[in-house]
Design a protein. Structure first.
Length: 187
């Protein structure tokens, strides 16, 4: 029985989708898991769309209806996006359709303090006729992925001091991995 995730019985392929609704409003969807495997694509998609509309002229809505879970790397990328939008647009990212599990992740890591949470299955701002496009996976070098993972975990540590203890060993491991990769050693 899956009380926390009504989509748990369905096989959903991990993917990212987006729909541009006009006036700089963009809905981002996470299907399956938001993880280190697709967090670079998520961040680059958000950066590309923010640049397209220009500073102060974009507004992201994150629809988690089909999102089973998110790892810390993806959550750090989300935190970076939310902080950027708040700074540049003076508006919070709106998170809609978060299940109990993803809501708890956002709360635990302190992200829910600077995003606007809409209730589960709220008839919210995602129109039924929105035309979604799938974002293609990004080819990312091992070095780029490690740097991305360090940056996202550092962001999490900056947004909530309790995350410093949570991710201290992760950051240490990632920094050691980065050092090995830069020296050209096998991991």
């Amino acid at each position: 029985m899956s009380a926390t995730n009504p989509n748990a019985d369905q096989q959903i392929v991990d993917s990212l989708r987006f729909a541009e609704l006009g006036d700089g409003i963009v809905v981002l969807q996470v299907h399956g898991r938001g993880s280190f495997a697709n967090s670079v694509a998520f961040q680059k998609l958000a950066e590309r769309l923010a640049a397209k509309y220009g500073k102060g002229n974009y507004f992201f809505i994150l629809d988690l209806d089909k999102c089973a879970t998110m790892d810390s790397t993806f959550l750090g990328a989300l935190a970076s996006l939310a902080l950027r939008q708040r700074k540049e647009c003076q508006r919070s990212v709106v998170v809609v359709n978060a299940n109990e599990h993803t809501r708890k992740l956002l709360d635990t890591l302190g992200i829910s303090r600077f995003v606007e949470m809409s209730g589960p299955k709220a008839p919210g701002p995602v129109p039924a006729n929105a035309q979604f496009q799938e974002e293609q996976a990004q080819d990312v070098s091992k070095l780029e992925r490690i740097v991305h993972m360090i940056e996202t975990h550092q962001t999490l540590c900056e947004v909530d001091s309790e995350n410093q203890a949570r991710f201290k060993s992760v950051l240490q491991y990632l920094r050691e991995s980065l050092d090995r990769e830069q020296r050209g050693e096998e991991g």
